[in-house]
Write a protein that binds this ligand. Structure first.
Ligand SMILES: Cc1cc2nc3c(=O)[nH]c(=O)nc-3n(C[C@H](O)[C@H](O)[C@H](O)COP(=O)(O)OP(=O)(O)OC[C@H]3O[C@@H](n4cnc5c(N)ncnc54)[C@H](O)[C@@H]3O)c2cc1C
Ligand code: SF4
Length: 454
């Protein structure tokens, strides 16, 4: 975001100490004594519902049992063999709607086992001490091109390595990690954990990385099909959806995702210019994250405006409450109809919304306005036209995303896909990791069949 001399939009609103406090680790790690008490709360259920609820199928009672017997490396292995990003997922998974929602302790005492923090307790030492838990499989001589170095791409590359195949990761950004590095809220992943995890994943060997290599700009899919035995597409969602309002390009109207990336990469978070009155339009995790983070940078007033009710928001109730306790106001049932402007954005006019008799969202005709010196767009992302445009052949899409079968194979021969770019994915780190893993297993099967037939 360009620096702005307008007094309403300025940097260093808070002291360095306040910013450090506001962006410190959201869920600090458990000390051993507390981890053991928490592990003791687990009933070690047969057919554990928490495991079923985990998109990567981690044996949760199994890893908790190992914590109880102080077998931390064994516990980490149980987690990471299913989810190589189990360290990041321990920090960022919305456990309140996944494993912890399913935990039977909820019905007994209204409080699940704190699976997320136990997972972090088990995995942190492995990343701190770089304990190698996985080995590269016997070299198959096969090479796979992986487009995208986010959770989906890295998970795929790591599993391919375990299965004996080499991969080359082509990644648009300067660093690997995808939204783990550029998107996740700063207080969820402190101390450069995303890069430590990337290094750990690469340490298995057999994964070559080419950063700043962009599909659609530097090469096409056809180039890769000629050179590699299979291709995995894990390029996420490259474009941000527009509000479709007049004057949307005016100064002060920003993409939440770009600002969050700047915040994540800033050496001094206080350098980022922040407005007095911020309006965020959207209802997902990105809306919550931009709102909570700008509030924690010192914005006076931050409003999230969402066109439907709290139950329909993409962000969980827990995330909504987190934003509210950070000082963010969430306004439901209104849609933006007009940007109010002077020489830059000055506010947004909204129309209240409701559901008609057929359950369709409709405007009520009643309007109100909010002042804003910065408006953030956070109404979702879509596939990058550039990347899609470079793909020849009929790649089946639904609602603008790539369609795959259960093994994450696309409609194009020899091409698999996973993560946010795939239709039906729920846009979570853990689901992207699972997609990468499933695709790698399917690619392995395909490559072995090819070898046997050829
Ligand atoms: C602001 C924000 C906050 C979030 N917070 C959470 C959270 O707290 N918890 C959670 O579980 N999920 C969260 N998510 C969702 C989660 O980050 C994503 O679901 C996950 O990162 C998807 O992984 P991916 O690998 O599919 O894509 P990405 O993480 O987007 O990675 C895509 C990779 O592809 C590369 N790429 C893109 N285009 C090209 C191209 N043309 N050529 C080559 N490479 C390319 C990029 O450089 C990038 O490295 C959040 C998302 C956002 C936007
Ligand atoms: S559901 Fe809860 S109590 Fe049961 S195994 Fe999972 S974490 Fe333990």
């Amino acid at each position: 975001m360009p620096k702005d001399n307008n007094a309403a939009v300025r940097s260093h609103r808070l002291s360095d100490e306040e910013i450090a406090r506001n962006f410190s680790d959201m869920h600090p790690p458990l000390p051993r004594s507390e981890a053991l008490i928490e592990a003791d709360r687990c009933y070690f259920c047969f057919d554990a519902p928490c495991t079923t609820a985990c998109p990567t199928g981690i044996d949760i009672p199994g890893f908790i049992q190992k914590i109880r017997s102080d077998n931390i490396v064994g516990s980490a292995h149980t987690i990471l063999r299913e989810n190589i990003m189990g360290g990041m997922c321990a920090r960022v998974c919305p456990t309140e709607v996944l494993c912890e929602e399913a935990c039977v302790r909820n019905t007994h005492e209204d409080k699940p086992v704190n699976i997320g923090l136990l997972q972090r307790y088990a995995t942190d030492p492995v990343f701190e001490d770089n304990v190698g838990l996985f080995e590269r499989g016997t070299d198959s001589g096969k090479r796979v091109a992986v487009i995208g170095g986010g959770p989906a791409g890295l998970s795929c590359a790591h599993r391919l390595s375990m299965l004996g195949h080499s991969s080359v990761v082509f990644n648009r950004d300067e660093k690997l990690g995808g939204l783990n590095e550029y998107g996740i809220a700063a207080y969820k992943t402190v101390n450069d954990f995303a890069q430590r995890e990337v290094e750990y994943i690469l340490s298995i060997g057999g994964i070559e990385v080419r950063n700043k290599a962009v599909l659609g700009e530097n090469f096409t899919l056809a180039d890769l099909q000629d050179e590699y035995d299979a291709v995995f597409l894990g390029f996420g969602l490259g474009s941000v959806n527009d509000l479709d309002l007049a004057n949307e390009n005016i100064s002060g109207v920003l993409n939440a995702v770009d600002y969050i990336a700047e915040l994540r990469q800033a050496d001094d978070k206080g350098d980022l210019p922040v407005g007095d009155h911020i309006v965020v339009i959207g209802g997902g995790m990105t809306a919550i994250d931009i709102a909570a983070q700008t509030k924690r940078l010192g914005a006076e007033h931050v409003d999230i405006v969402y066109r439907r009710g709290p139950d329909e928001m993409g962000a969980s109730r827990y995330e909504q409450e987190f934003a509210q306790t950070s000082g963010v106001k969430i306004r439901h049932w209104a849609k933006p109809v007009k940007l109010l402007i002077s020489d830059k954005v000055a506010g947004v006019e909204f129309e209240r919304t409701t559901l008609d008799k057929d359950g369709k969202l409709t405007g009520t005709g009643e309007h109100y306005s909010l002042n804003a010196d910065v408006v953030f767009k956070a109404i979702g992302q879509s596939l990058s036209e550039e990347a899609l445009g470079s793909i020849t052949g009929t790649l089946e899409l639904q609602h603008g995303k790539i369609v795959t079968d259960d093994g994450r194979k696309t409609s194009l021969p020899g091409i698999w896909a996973g993560g946010d770019c795939v239709y039906g994915n729920d846009d979570l780190t853990v689901s992207a990791v699972q997609d990468g893993k499933i695709a790698a297993i399917a690619i392995d099967q395909y490559l072995r069949e090819e070898s046997n037939n050829g």
